[in-house]
Design a protein around this ligand. Structure first.
Ligand SMILES: [Zn+2]
Length: 239
């Protein structure tokens, strides 16, 4: 589903992704989305330290995988999430980091965030939870403030699509910005549906095979919601 070929197109997608993720309840004043540089896999593009709903093309910075940049404007404190996942996962071309409230219960309980809906088959039978105490001890502010903590989170993510962060939020990855956005939206909606279902009674999750089959089918349909959500976000910005 990779269609972005130039830095200019990637910046357009990144700006739209910020607004789409706000519209869909994945990002609020916090969280961020990035895209790997199309011409230099050792760099990525991400907004400067700014609420996602306010991001324009002029706010996009180019960072190296260590989080460094020539841009003098402040960068996100947790930029190391992105750099270390890009370093560990050559297949990943976009990363979303969210603090959305819907996933928090699954980061602090023994209930796995598993696929219960065909739209979220990519979650499989459950996603990993990164315990920052293993790398930062018992007194951290839970933020991924260093490359070492970013590497710990990337290791927890492994080859998966989503990792939760205990008491903090989540990361979602994809092979393009639309792919990562699509996954982040449906991980969020699956979390809400699962939390409701747990309150109703016994839950029937997808089997591993159903999750794989559903994810494969949905992968071919990512452009449809992306084009809708982007159009709605752009219409909202004009208003
Ligand atoms: Zn965070």
């Amino acid at each position: 589903m990779r269609t972005t070929t130039t830095a200019s197109q990637l910046i357009d997608d990144l700006v739209d992704a910020n607004h789409v993720l706000v519209d869909r309840g994945v990002l609020d004043a916090y969280g961020h989305v990035s895209g790997r540089h199309p011409d230099d896999p050792e760099k990525f593009l991400i907004a400067r330290n700014l609420a996602p709903g306010l991001v324009t093309a002029a706010d996009i910075q180019v960072l190296d995988l260590d989080g460094g940049t020539d841009d003098e404007r402040p960068s996100y404190l947790e930029r190391f999430i992105h750099g270390e996942i890009y370093r560990a996962r050559p297949d990943v071309h976009s990363v979303v980091h969210s603090h959305s409230a819907s996933v928090i219960p699954f980061t602090i309980s023994n209930r796995p965030l598993q696929a219960v809906w065909h739209m979220a088959g990519f979650l499989g039978e459950g996603v990993p939870v990164y315990e920052i105490r293993e790398d930062a001890g018992m007194g951290s502010d839970l933020l991924v403030r260093t490359p070492e903590l970013g590497a710990g989170l990337a290791a927890s993510l492994g080859e998966g699509a989503v990792a939760l962060m205990r008491g903090h939020g989540s990361v979602t990855v994809g092979d393009s910005i639309p792919h990562a956005v699509w996954r982040a939206v449906f991980a969020e909606l699956n979390a809400r549906a699962l939390a409701v279902a747990v309150g109703l009674g016994e839950v029937t999750p997808l089997t591993a095979e159903e999750g794989i089959a559903a994810a494969k089918s949905n992968y071919g349909q990512i452009r449809r919601p992306w084009e809708l959500w982007r159009a709605e976000a752009r219409a909202g910005r004009r208003g």
